[in-house]
Design a protein around this ligand. Structure first.
Ligand code: G1P
Length: 296
């Protein structure tokens, strides 16, 4: 039976050590990208693709996340009294966006382990996984395209981006075959973060997955891999190799993606997104041009 996909799982239990001390008492998912926490972009993307049931896999310091997607009664009434409807709607928006649920990861034993924690909530349905470090420009289509392919093929679908060979060691890398559909490939193998120079292709896995429920049984059988962690990539490699649960396909993404996972890319993401904003771009662009012209 074909299921209509409605559930999104967002792992948000990472320690965010690359952003210390900012992440000492706050999850990295709450770091602002321009004026919105990174995680809100991800939830908005899930909702735009029709996934309004969101499960976050959290760790310690999850309070800020829960509060962000909840009512802020005092703040709301203060803004209402002042008649500041613009700010009020910004505050209210994040708690009306989706039906957000939480489960703790417990031991941080890798992305595969985090996804396994969604088993009870997801049940026997296909679902999406969105990683918060990858932001996909809201003007470009990725997740809904993946869902379309996963539903029509009853298969697992991952998102692929062509990267420079020097960057391959930072990603899961896929070996692929053409399917006859321009933006869809069949994935025949996957390897997590191959050492420099040994990547089997330049197709990198980016943080969007549409998974079949069989992934849970496979993850339960997957031993720790790279970094002694249970890797989602390794479980997907099992599906790609055996063709189990419809096999694995990749949607090749050619749109705009922003990486907020490390400090330099995070800064670049903020500048790019702010430049595109109606309220900020006008002021930022001339300043940036002047600033760059003044650099040695
Ligand atoms: C994870 C996955 C990796 C994937 C990447 C995409 O790695 O394990 O396969 O390519 O996300 O962002 P992380 O960046 O969390 O270490």
């Amino acid at each position: 039976m074909a299921f209509h996909i409605t559930k999104a799982v967002i792992p948000a239990a990472g320690l965010g050590t690359r952003f210390l001390p900012a992440t000492k008492a706050m999850p990295k998912e709450m770091l602002p990208v321009v004026d919105k926490p990174a995680i809100q972009y991800v939830v908005e993307e899930a909702v735009a693709a029709g996934l309004t049931d969101v499960l976050m896999i959290t760790g310690r310091n999850k309070n800020a996340l829960e509060n962000h997607f909840d009512r802020a009664t005092e703040l709301e009434s203060t803004l209402a009294q002042k008649g500041d409807t613009d700010k009020l709607s910004k505050v209210e928006y994040s708690n009306t966006l989706a039906d957000v649920h939480y489960v703790r990861q417990g031991d941080p034993r890798g992305l595969g382990h985090a996804v396994l924690r969604a088993k009870m909530h997801v049940g026997h349905e296909p679902f999406a996984v969105l990683l918060g470090d990858d932001l996909i420009d809201a003007r470009d289509v990725l997740l809904s395209r993946m869902i379309e392919e996963a539903e029509s093929r009853t298969a697992t679908v991952i998102a692929l981006l062509e990267v420079e060979p020097e960057a391959a060691h930072l990603y899961g890398i896929a070996t692929v075959e053409e399917t006859g559909t321009d933006d869809v490939v069949r994935v025949t193998g996957l390897v997590e973060k191959p050492p420099t120079g040994s990547a089997p292709s330049n197709f990198a896995v980016i943080g969007r997955y549409v998974l079949q429920p069989e992934i849970f049984e496979v993850l339960e059988q997957t031993p720790p891999g790279k970094g002694d962690e249970i890797q989602l990539t390794d479980a997907l490699q099992t599906l790609a190799r055996t063709g189990q649960a419809g096999g694995v396909y990749g949607v090749v993404f050619r749109g705009r993606r922003y990486d907020t996972g490390d400090r330099l890319d995070y800064i670049k993401a903020i500048v790019q997104l702010a430049l595109d904003r109606e309220d900020l771009g006008v002021g930022l662009k001339p300043w940036l041009q002047e600033f760059v012209a003044g650099l040695d």
